[in-house]
Design a protein around this ligand. Structure first.
Ligand code: DAH
Length: 512
């Protein structure tokens, strides 16, 4: 332990410690500097780091240094004004106040103060404007204030160390404004602690340390014999924060990893979507409430989109109007292709699943993650744009129980317990809503929808196997996992919060 401390000590720290040893383990930075030929900066910085390691103690006490102001210096040279008047009085004995200035050469503004001190010191009396010298004025030896002034011309004095004979003089002069300057000056004492003493007793060798290696030293191999200081891995360091993935993105990556590991193919759609893929091919009637302007963002440019191939459009139209070949009666209204052409910001990612089924043949497992948009008022749990993870599993043997199994597995892998409630969506039957359990709140919260796509959806797309489908919100999930109470936090870029978050859940993502 002691050896390790010694190894990590800087050359200057050793020098300071050695100097203190020779000074009886206690001294001033100035003395150390003198003994070791270091600069005051080097001594103080070495002392600071020795103190942080508890090898020495640094005591600081503040001294007040007394010196003369410009006025004070003039007084010290020419004498106090009362002394100068006294000198004139010694000849004239008695002078009228109004003549004092001209006779003594003292500024009229100072005469009053000078008379005050003459009386106070008992050097003169004042009667009807006449100033008359007294007997003690005749004798008047140099006062303690005058001695103090004279001393201050020679050297600055330290208040805390004033000898008793100067204390009175200081007291008197302090009463007169602007004569003295008092400056605070810190004084340091360095004292070896018991740890420092132990180190010294073990012996401290002062060796030059290599801080730079030259080309020659490398070439000749001399670098191997140089002495290097050990790293102090416990040294104080500025706090630095690791760069990391945003927690929302991290959750998204985790979710993708889960589905990729389950063998799902990943697909993507576009944020700008046609009403056809967002609503119509999902058997959502054209007068459905979710299509209203107050729920969906309609886009002005481009206002219209191209409909897909005619055959599909025809089949979707029939599914809506009378059920067509789907075995359904449809919604019984006249389907309008112009309504289907409208462009929208997708309100869910289910349109990605519809497009995927149009282009791929079962068996298949597909998922996609993306942003969706709804006209919501922003609150602690609502945002007008958020992410969903959407998925489908299509195969002859797939049924509703498999769907529940997939969802259970998914939430389980994220560490949640899930339960299912009956629900309604225009495009599924059976349909369900997933809720996960929040132990802290002892309550369940709804996180997504799922179901088996209806024949009205599948038949026009030419899919002849059952399709299990789900669409789950991601932000609320992230919120729960991060323990935040306001969903807006995820988009606030609160750097303090982000810095404090642990760097976790990266797992083997790079390998995928
Ligand atoms: N699209 C639904 C929503 O945004 C969620 C959903 C429900 C997706 C049922 C599905 C599904 O794929 O089958 O709330």
């Amino acid at each position: 332990m002691l050896d390790r401390i010694k190894e990590e000590m800087h050359l200057y720290e050793k020098k300071v410690l050695k100097a203190l040893e020779s000074e009886g383990r206690k001294s001033t930075p100035e003395k150390v500097l003198e003994l070791q030929g270091l600069t005051i900066k080097a001594v103080m910085s070495a002392a600071g780091s020795l103190a942080s390691k508890n090898i020495i103690e640094v005591h600081k006490d503040v001294e007040e240094v007394i010196s003369l102001s410009n006025d004070g210096e003039a007084y010290a040279q020419e004498g106090l004004p009362e002394r100068r008047i006294l000198n004139v009085l010694k000849q004239d004995k008695s002078i009228h106040m109004k003549d004092l200035s001209s006779k003594s050469g003292i500024e009229p503004s100072e005469v009053k103060i000078a008379i005050g001190w003459l009386l106070r010191k008992g050097w003169a009396t004042l009667d009807k404007g006449e100033v008359t010298i007294s007997s003690s004025g005749e004798a008047a030896p140099e006062g303690s204030d005058e001695k103090f002034l004279t001393e201050l011309i020679r050297q600055e004095l330290i208040l805390q160390k004033l000898s008793p004979d100067f204390q009175e003089g200081y007291g008197l002069l302090k009463q007169r404004k602007g004569l003295l300057k008092v400056n605070k000056k810190p004084n340091y004492t360095l004292e070896v602690t018991s740890l420092g003493k132990e180190l010294l007793e073990g012996g401290i060798k002062i060796r030059e340390e290599a801080t730079q290696i030259t080309h020659d030293q490398l070439k000749s191999g001399r670098w191997m014999n140089l002495h290097y200081r050990a790293y102090d891995i416990n040294a104080e360091h500025p706090e630095s924060f690791a760069g990391k993935t945003h927690p929302l993105q991290r959750t998204i990556e985790e979710i993708r990893r889960i589905f990729l590991n389950l063998g799902f193919t990943e697909s993507r759609g576009t944020i700008l979507e046609s009403a056809f893929w967002n609503f119509d091919c999902l058997f959502q009637p054209q007068d459905h409430a979710a299509r209203e302007m107050q729920d969906t963002f309609y886009i002005r440019t481009p206002q219209d989109t191209l409909l897909p191939h005619e055959d599909l459009v025809k089949k979707v139209k029939r599914a809506h109007e009378d059920g067509g070949e789907t075995g359904s009666e449809g919604w019984k209204y006249q389907w309008d292709p112009d309504v289907a052409r409208q462009s929208v910001l997708r309100t869910h990612t289910t349109c990605v699943s519809a497009r995927f089924l149009n282009e791929n043949k079962p068996p298949l497992k597909m998922f996609s993650v993306g942003k969706v948009f709804r006209r919501e008022t922003i609150t602690y749990k609502h945002l007008p744009e958020f992410h969903q993870v959407e998925g489908i599993v299509a195969d002859k043997s797939i049924n509703f129980r498999n769907l529940l199994g997939i969802l259970k597995e998914f939430y389980h892998q994220l560490g949640f317990q899930v339960r299912f409630r009956p629900a309604y969506f225009p495009y599924t039957y059976l349909s369900t809503e997933c809720e996960i359990y929040l132990p802290e709140k002892e309550s369940w919260i709804e996180l997504g929808g799922a179901g088996m796509f209806r024949p009205e959806v599948l038949e026009p797309l030419g899919v002849d196997t059952p399709v299990a489908a789900f669409g789950l919100g991601i932000e609320r999930l992230a919120m729960i996992r991060l323990g935040i109470k306001d969903i807006r936090m995820l988009y606030q870029s609160d750097i303090g919060w982000l810095r404090e978050l642990a760097v976790t859940h990266r797992l083997e993502w790079e390998e995928i």
